[in-house]
Design a protein around this ligand. Sequence first.
Ligand code: NDP
Length: 433
Amino acid sequence: VKQNPGEGEFHQAVKEVLDSLRIVIDANEEKYRKAALLERLVEPERIISFRVPWVDDNGQVRVNKGFRVQFNSAIGPYKGGLRLHPSVNQGILKFLGFEQTFKNSLTGLPIGGGKGGSDFDPKGKSDREVMAFCQSFMTELSKYIGADQDVPAGDIGVGAREIGYLYGQYKRMTGLYEGVLTGKGLSYGGSLVRTQATGYGLIYILDEMLRRNGRELEGKNVVISGSGNVAIYASEKAIQLGAKVVALSDSNGYIYDKSGIRLDVVKEIKEVRRGRIKEYANEVASVAYTEGKGIWTIPCDIALPCATQNELNLEDAKSLKANGCFAVAEGANMPSTREATDFFLENGMLFMPGKAANAGGVATSALEMSQNSLRLSWSFDEVDKKLHEIMVGIYEKTAKAAKRYGVKGNYVAGANIAGFEKVVEAMMAQGIV
Ligand code: NDP
């Protein structure tokens, strides 16, 4: 805490991981201490921070902060998204990069951990302003990334439009046509299924967790927070598998429809018009829109937080349980506070943490990197099948690691242990770096 002041989310993530690794650390204490393994693990290999000046539509020069946290390259080139949101700061990106290292390890693919972004807010900006920002951001970032070095992707506020502008500028700065970003458009090296991957992957692992615990997804009521990329495609797959999605939200409020939300209307509002979730209530009469927080008070069987960090606290967890919810899987990164996570684990609820549950996005990004290297494009079904296999594999690794250390059913510990083991093995083998 003293060495990293003011980085609350980073402390929270590190503490949660190290607490759940206690059993593994105790068993290897001498070896890890001598190699200062934990000290190295929690210190990013490199943080790049830079000025991002750009000109708005009124001719006014604006300045944002830009960052890339290159956290850990033990098992592959740094890989992780770029976030554009006013809340972005170094501590948040460090928490995300730290988590990403274990998540990427869990996928079984050769990717290290990184994260980046800016406090730029794309909301309400014109396309030209977004392009001006992205070009300025990439002008600096392009010096530090590359297809075999660091491969960023999308996250909050970074979708297909932003990736396009960023890619164009990277190419212009370096002269290289290479897989330096993932989430690209299909016409310039993108992979089928990448758009859907995080949401679909979340439902694949949820489905696996339910079936392995004698439950099923079909016929269940599901509450999903957020209405961005992850929330939309989690809804799509959940509906395809026979569940009913009854609520969605954004940072202003939430919609609730007992009869099930119409995803075609949500997609039109969010993906075509870039509108707000409350507009849904103007289109569909049966729905109630409520301003503010409160989505976790809605009765449901399954809750999927898919918006942002610390959006679900202890009170929310208690309210979910009291209203009949028996399973939670995290589409977002660290959406449940530590107290909420502990409550889920101590009260017999099925709980899959984000590190495992939302790894489908980065796994498919790694498949995009493979296709770029091969200069080939795989079909939708091929990529979707691989994504499904990867998510089932993550479930298995997570469940087995928990069982091996005597905490069966604790997927938080399982995911941390399984992710940690591979990174540590690679770090130890590569010497003091
Ligand atoms: P989007 O920008 O597409 O959507 C984010 C959604 O969350 C929006 O509905 C947004 O509402 C809401 N939200 C964002 N910040 C806040 C906040 N501070 N309070 C309340 N609601 C908020 O992002 P994604 O769907 O891509 O990302 C959602 C989560 O999933 C993030 O935690 C991200 O790190 C994680 N994730 C994403 C992956 C991906 O492939 N995209 C991969 C793995 C994890 P509003 O419009 O009002 O801001």
